[in-house]
Every structure is written in C-alpha cells, then in structure tokens.
Design a protein around this ligand. Sequence first.
Ligand code: NAG
Length: 320
Amino acid sequence: MTTNTSLNFSIYSTLLMILLSISTNTISSYAFSIREATISDLQLAFKQHQLTSRQLVEFYLGEISRLNPVLNGIIEVNPDALHQADKADYERKVEAPGSLSGLHGIPILLKDNIATKDKLNTTAGSLALLGSIVPRDAGVVTKLRKTGAIIFGKASLSEWAAFRSLSAPNGFSARGGQGKNPYVLSADPCGSSSGSAISVAANMVAVSLGTETDGSILCPSSSNSVVGIKPTVGLTSRAGDRCPRPICRTVADAVHVLDAIAGFDYNDPATKEASKYIPYGGYKQFLKPYGLKGKRLGIVRNPFFNFDKGSPLTQAFEYH
Ligand SMILES: *[C@@H]1O[C@H](CO)[C@@H](O)[C@H](O)[C@H]1NC(C)=O
C-alpha cells in the first residue's frame, strides 16, 4: 500500500513535471526569442514593435562577451554598431523607404579579409596588416550599407584565408586565436571562413559573410552545421576581398543575404556579365517552405579528397 502510494506519487509528479515543461515550452515559443531567429522573424518583430535594432545589437554584444572568449569567432566588434542600430531604428520609425525589409537593421559579421573603410581593421587575421588602411569599402560592403544592414564586426578565419602555411590549424590566426567549433569544442571548425560559421552557429550574430576560392565556405559551413552558398563567380563582386558569400543559420537567411550582395559592381568586371542573369525580384521568390518535401538527400560518407598533410593533392586542394 505504502509502496503503491509512493509509486503513484512519483508517477503523478513526473506527469506534472512533463505537463509543466510542455506548458513552459509552449509559452516561451509564443514570446519572441532572438536566439535562432531568422531575418524574417526579426523583420516581423521590428514591424510589430517587439524589438529594436539596438536591443538586437545589445543582445549579441552580451552573447559575444559570454561566448567569444571560448569560441574566438569574432576578432573585432564595430564601435559604431549601436550608432548604426539607432539609425536603423529611426529610419523604421519615420518609415523610410526600404526599412522593414531585407537586411535593414540586421547585424552582419564580415570575414576579416573583407575590406571596410571604417573604424574596423581589415587584416585577414594577421598582425602584419594591423593598422593598414584599405582604399575603399569592398563592393559587397557598399551594397550592404545601402540596404541599411549593420556592419557588426570582423570574423576570425584561418590566417591569410589559409595561405599562411600548409600546416597551420584550421580557424587559427595570430589576431583571432584558435576558433572553436561551438557544437564540439575539440572538433575541427574547418576553414578558412571559420569565424563566420562559428559565430552564426553560436548565435553571436544574425548573419555573416565568408569568402571562398575552394572550400572556404562549404567546409566550415558543413563542420559548424550552418548554411553556406557558393554562387558562380561574378554574381557577387570580388572587389576588396575574395569571392564573398553568405554563411547563415538557415537557407532562407542565406538567400536574403545573397539578394543583398549580388549584382553589378563597377570594380569587378565579371559582375557585368553575371548580373544579366539575376531574376527580377531576386532569389527569395524561389524559397518554398516545403521545398524539401519528397526529396531524397545524399550523404557523403567517403570524402571526395584525402587531405593527408603534405601530400601533393593536399597542396593542390588545401582549403582557402
Ligand atoms: C584596429 O587596430 C588598432 C591597432 O592598430 C586598435 O587600436 C583598434 O582598436 C582596432 N579597431 C577595432 C575596431 O578594434
């Protein structure tokens, strides 16, 4: 009898705990949460006056001070980030054209080899370039500023986009230290756009740009469980960096970022030819919520290349 009662009691208390946890989960899923929010979620929250760009930037600054000392995904935060957030909030308030859409008021992190002519350094992770002055914003940065995105800071990377040496670890740079995979700290974060992938995976920023010649977006996106897009050369301007492309938490976010940076740039002739093929209205029109329904996914179980350090094949295909 006693046993039964205590058994019943423990069953009831377990049930109660399950019910409680279900209801708390339900409640918290209704309240807006910045963590894991997509660009569409954030734009909706702006529109419904549930969130300001300043609050968003302040949230990420808090996460950076908590997580970045361990993860080393970010080298520098823009001292003007809060100022840019206030500007975006003001533009939204006066209903300036383009506010409440795209990347307006959204913080974006840039790999440290993407030139910005502002208070941020552009060093490819190297002490050798510290204090150097770039001639102008990279072509993609000009586009980002025009859309009203907040240039949030610079991401760590494999130094010199992995051209420092063949034996340097992925995600290491003299300025950024060793970038860590947020899912498994001891796992390889891959490179060279390691910090961009690490930082969106760990919710230290909304979206990011990396750069790729051969694998520098695809590999860190894969290793840190985020989404990278490598478009055809010329779709995004290479002026002021090396083939910048989106690294984000979701396919939809990556497409919104691609829409913001794709297109003609006077300083990269290849963009002239490619821009003819950009569909009117951009790429977001092709996003389908159930686009994967009925699709079969392939999983690569045997790597395409064997990256034994020092082999001629490694030297040819080293990620950068
Ligand atoms: C850029 O580098 C200089 C050192 O040369 C440093 O004083 C400054 O704080 C850096 N800028 C940012 C935004 O971190």
